[in-house]
Design a protein around this ligand. Sequence first.
Ligand SMILES: CC(C)(COP(=O)(O)OP(=O)(O)OC[C@H]1O[C@@H](n2cnc3c(N)ncnc32)[C@H](O)[C@@H]1OP(=O)(O)O)[C@@H](O)C(=O)NCCC(=O)NCCS
Length: 351
Amino acid sequence: MPATNHHLRNPTPQELVQIRSTHQKCWGQHLTLKQYLKREEILANTTLTGNGGLTNWALVDPTTSPATVLASCESIRKEVFFLEAGSNEVRVSHGHGIGSVFTPVEMRGKGYASLMLKMLREELKSHGGENALSVLYSDIGKEFYKKLGWQPHSSLHLNIPVSPNSSPNIATTATTPLKTASLPPLCTQDIKALKASLTATPALKSRISFHPDPKTFDWHFARAEHLANITNRPPPTTKGAITASGSAWIVWTHDFQKAGPKLHILRVAGEPSKEDAKDLLTAAVAEARECGLACVQVWNPKEAVEEAGKGLGGQIVERTDSVPSIMMYEPGVGSTVEEVEWFANERFAWC
Ligand SMILES: CC(C)(COP(=O)(O)OP(=O)(O)OC[C@H]1O[C@@H](n2cnc3c(N)ncnc32)[C@H](O)[C@@H]1OP(=O)(O)O)[C@@H](O)C(=O)NCCC(=O)NCCS
């Protein structure tokens, strides 16, 4: 059992370098230590994470000199919509995305990560202001975080394999590529529609959604650009595709990791028909092929997207990594799938 005098605090700058250097063996094997530390610095200084958006956390034993870091993680504060069951008033609140939960190898199995997360779940109720919830994306199955109060939600995704040799599909002309500058007005439109969708039907359970906003997308793009840079690729400039009518669009990001290069669809916006979905996914497949990515992934696709994806050779897969898990902080509001509906549970909200 961990001693009770262990406490949770922000790591010092030296401790943070030490923490990130230890992570590299786990999450950055494809990068050199220097490249990994640079990536972490870039990701900590985007519009989403800079100026207090990101907080680093360390569970420390203060009785040693210097203090020993026993476990660590980080959290990013983001805007969320919250609708209480039975209500029709959507509240704008905040939620934290927790990431990089880590215990050094030699300290594992002693309860340090559990203790840190128990302290953190209390801290995050009010960190940075009042918060409706916190989420994390579990790479270690559903049980560990569930025991601590983060309930697993749907981790289905559509996976469309991309063959490097297929001929380019002419249907890509049915859509227009999206560049970064086009995104802010589209995000405004999307967030407004998402808010309206929360009250479009009677809410038998509480409902929540993160905001698919430009700063969240930029954080993903920064990751892709860094990896493109160090693998001598041009930075990706096309960030998605929009239908000719402008009623539906997708935003994507490039994951150039050697282990599983893929195009992640961060967000499917609007209510695409099956034809729209086919055109948008065809554009995504063409982009993936051009960039040497092996598949296109869409998290929790709507029916039309799923059907169109299957028509392009895709399959629905249940992920065992990045399992979205949520803890509600609103009094009397539970966190299970039966108690809260997670709208737009898509890749953009991952961290
Ligand atoms: C996961 C991790 C943070 C747990 O840290 P810890 O301080 O050992 O955790 P605790 O002692 O509080 O709890 C241990 C429990 O974690 C769970 N756990 C650890 N690794 C696990 C894995 N790969 N899969 C499933 N459960 C796992 C088990 O339930 C374990 O119980 P056990 O020791 O009886 O087997 C640590 O193993 C780690 O840093 N792993 C590498 C990074 C990582 O995968 N982080 C999680 C990202 S979501």
